[in-house]
Design a protein around this ligand. Structure first.
Ligand code: AMP
Length: 473
């Protein structure tokens, strides 16, 4: 998954983009980047591996002057974790420097890339963003906008894009609207970002969320609506509300915090835990859900697990080895809360089961008498092809084991998963607008063939530790 942001029409925007990226850090922790364009149309970029404050120093930011900038935080779902895949992509284009930040996953990137390579395109990275850049550059369209449209008509899957060409910025959401994008206003300038939490940090006032298929351009201080992309049935990613987005954001027109509380209440209705002494969350993603569970059930809410905030999200580091080790580093039980108690542990989801198995062991060792696990989403039975890092079916615990087998593997006394209807009711699914393929198997696009094997398979042999990248019209 990734976080994207763009700011136009304000001085020293790189600093604002930096702050926005800081607020979007949860959407990607592998790499971060900013490209800024100055009044003469010169684009300067900096990208690096690691967290936003590690990649950007005051010196680097001072070397990114301009009143137009686009930024990106990344973790890899397509393409490996390497500097060359860090975004924004920045290339020379006939109409000026072109910078692109992409959130999502193209489901037909592989055949498109193969075709482009056959026709002579040379790729520097294995990211989907570079496929888009080549499609735009190679299009026969007369204007940049014709070329963008032409490129978008060839791609399938999830793409929320912030794009700059010369001194114009574009915001684009794919016709199904898998990933969010918000427009905000700040002192006469404009901000586009994945989530409203990025607006809050810079004091921007959210104006509206882009609809599925919408694309806008920001030019000379004005926001211009462009003809929407050919409409498809909306499929907002419900996992954004369950897990991915920050609870203080408004995503898909709804407060993530309120949805999560309702998920917790619904979970308590569907899977109560009568006789339990206390309930606590697996922090932080399930905090609001545990709150809702406690509210609905009347069971006392506790802080049972303390999370070390200096460890990144466990899943975000690709590779099973790093995931397994990190669980113990990340959480520690509060023994006084556990000893002799019948406890309910609420988590938002169960993916591979590795975190939860280790946690339950830890909780039992801390003296809990009974452990009742409650999950605020249904069993994840299929991978996501649209940008969430759940790559292969074999790795998903619920794809191969029954709920009773999972209960045994986790070592809990009872296990309860929220139903899909419960999730959709809590998310306010009045118009049936969500993608829930990871739970239901109902994929709204064709599933790419051999996808599991494609993940992270490409070697980035050309990885170079470049620092500043420049391009001039
Ligand atoms: P596990 O017990 O290994 O299945 O891990 C479950 C934990 O992973 C839960 O606490 C979730 O909050 C978290 N989680 C769920 N989906 C993802 C994801 N795509 N990336 C990172 N963490 C996730």
């Amino acid at each position: 998954m990734c976080g994207v942001i763009g700011v136009a029409g304000l001085n020293n925007v790189a600093e604002l983009v930096y702050l926005g990226l800081y607020a979007l850090q949860h959407r990607g922790q592998e790499s971060a980047g900013i490209v800024a364009v100055d009044a003469d149309g010169i684009a300067r970029g900096h990208r690096g591996m690691g967290l936003v404050p590690d990649v950007f120093t005051p010196r680097v930011l001072s070397e990114l002057p301009g009143d137009l900038a686009v930024g990106h935080t990344r973790y890899s779902t397509a393409g490996s974790s390497a500097l060359l895949n860090a975004q924004p992509s920045l290339v020379h284009y006939h109409a000026g420097p072109l910078a692109l930040s992409h959130n999502g996953n193209l489901t037909n990137a592989e055949p498109l890339r193969d075709d482009l390579v056959r026709r002579g395109s040379i790729f520097q990275s294995s990211s989907d963003a570079e496929v888009l850049v080549h499609l735009i550059a190679r299009s026969e369209g007369k204007t940049p906008e014709d070329q963008i449209i032409d490129a978008l008509q060839q791609v399938e899957g999830a793409y929320t894009l912030i794009l700059t060409i010369g001194r114009t910025m574009y915001g684009i959401v794919d016709p199904r609207g898998f990933r969010p994008l918000v427009l905000a206003e700040l002192n006469g300038g404009w901000v586009l970002a994945s989530e409203t939490c990025a607006m809050d940090i810079i004091g921007a006032r959210p104006v509206r969320e882009l609809e599925p298929g919408e694309w806008i351009k920001i030019e000379d201080g004005k926001v211009i609506d462009l003809p929407p992309l050919p409409l498809k049935e909306p499929h907002r990613c419900v996992f954004e509300l369950i897990y991915f987005s920050r609870p203080d954001s408004i995503v898909f027109g709804t407060s993530v915090d309120l949805v999560r509380r309702e998920l917790g209440r619904q979970l308590a209705r569907e899977h109560p835990a009568p006789g339990a002494d206390c309930v606590f969350s697996v922090p932080d993603s399930a905090n609001a859900m545990a709150l809702g569970f406690a509210e609905q059930s009347g069971i006392k809410l506790e802080h049972g697990l303390i999370r070390n905030h200096y460890v990144g999200r466990t899943f975000i580091n690709p590779g099973q080895a790093s995931r397994t080790e990190k669980v113990r580093i990340k959480f520690n039980p509060v023994r006084e809360v556990m000893q002799g108690q019948r406890i309910v542990v609420v988590d938002d989801s169960l993916v591979r089961g590795t975190t939860s198995t280790a946690l339950v062991r830890m909780i039992r060792e801390a003296g809990a008498r009974e452990v009742h696990m409650r999950l605020a989403s249904p069993p994840i039975t299929g991978p996501c092809y649209y940008g969430i890092d759940t790559p292969t079916r074999e790795e998903l615990i619920a794809a191969t084991l029954s709920i009773e087998e999972i209960r045994q593997q986790l070592g809990v006394d009872t296990l309860g998963y929220l139903s899909l209807d419960g999730v959709l009711a809590a998310a306010g699914n009045a118009e049936g607008r969500f993608c829930h393929a990871c739970f239901s198997g109902k994929y709204p696009t064709e599933i790419p063939q051999g996808y599991a094997k494609l993940q992270h398979h490409r070697e980035d042999a050309l990885m170079v530790e470049t620092d500043l990248i420049h391009t001039r019209q």
